[in-house]
Design a protein around this ligand. Sequence first.
Ligand SMILES: *Cc1c(COP(=O)(O)O)cnc(C)c1O
Length: 434
Amino acid sequence: MEKKHEPKKPREHYRLRTRLIHGSFATGRWDYDHHVVPPQSSSATFRLKSVQRGAEGFVEFGSETAQRAPIYIYDRLDEPTRGMLEENLAAAEGGEMAVTFSTGMAAISAAMGILMMSGDQVVAHRVIYGCTHSLLTNWLPRYQIRADFCDLTDLESIAKVATDRCRIVYFETPVNPTMELIDIAAVRRVVDKLNVGRREQDRIRIVVDNTFATPYCQRPLELGCDLVVHSLTKDIGGFGTDMGGAVIGSNRYYNLLMLYRKDFGGVLSPKNAWSILVYGLPTLATRMVNQQKAAMKVAEFLLKQPKVARVVYPGLSCYPQSELARRQMISFDGKFAPGSMLYFELKKELPGGAAAASERMVDFVADHAYTITLAVSLGQIKTLIENPYSMTHAGVPEEEKTRSGLLPGGIRLSLGLEDWHDIIADLEAALAVA
Ligand SMILES: *Cc1c(COP(=O)(O)O)cnc(C)c1O
């Protein structure tokens, strides 16, 4: 057999930005040594050479110790395109393994599913993604799993709500949409103290939703979290064409995640995996660098606007948690990486109050802007705008919104790749009617 193309230096010696473009030269997942772009796989089931081989496939399924190329049996168990994406996702986050899912929510429910059972507790930050909040409050209680919320910017609040049955501390940072940060390394220190004297299986695990920052801007595993979850639908997919999710962490969770995915069935379609593998992840660094630049320019512009009360962007020097931002949000190549999301509020003195003004402004964008689109979701090459108070976060209890600074006049912007001069021009026109 012809010798496989292998780089002289191990690929771990190349920078991440490069590795996310080239992935594995010679993956055991598949022989694609002669393809410049890996093939797209589309096969619900796989031909087996013998009953013996089929039996081996079932025995080896979900085993991280399998030395040989995986034996593929059926798409829902495992599949090569998805496998290649998982290798690259693990590399991007600095994890040992990644398991992908059909959506971000499928990934988040899997992380919860493998770490908890009936009688356990999850402690979460008081503001989290709307559907995650619903999962915790509508669905987990049906399995006698309780969810309690606290303010993770106040680290002492964890011990006040965590019980002996607490198995997960869960949060997003930056928090959606208020752009507050939670100190991952500090949460680790608190959880380590709470874990003293607990048996291995009773320990509290830290799960971080890293969707907002992306692995380009922040790698929570390096800061001490146990599992990272992602919506691949956002910046990792990057173009807004496909949905997906992932759980990333150490090999110890691999078998359970694969088993969970097999039985609950939320697998990522190989066609979606291929798009994210070929278009999304390889362009992540380049997109983030440029989106981030636009976010900074727009944040600086908004700061100067008389109708704007507050701009929250971790890149601004006036950002309240600037020191933490500079410590925690670091790019692949060690630079400060504040991301592409920002939040701002209009002044309450505007006609009808801040809520009415922000609705006028966003409606004007919907009707007249070229570079900004009124839509939920985020992390695409197109700039998106929304009003979280009345849209994505409508379900958050009123008192939580007030406490966490999620006010009716607030507007969330997800910066895309348009020329930032054009984005600012569209915002300027919209602000005129606010
Ligand atoms: C979008 C999103 C999710 C859910 O992801 P889906 O792919 O839509 O299921 C979870 N967390 C955050 C922070 C998100 O933005």
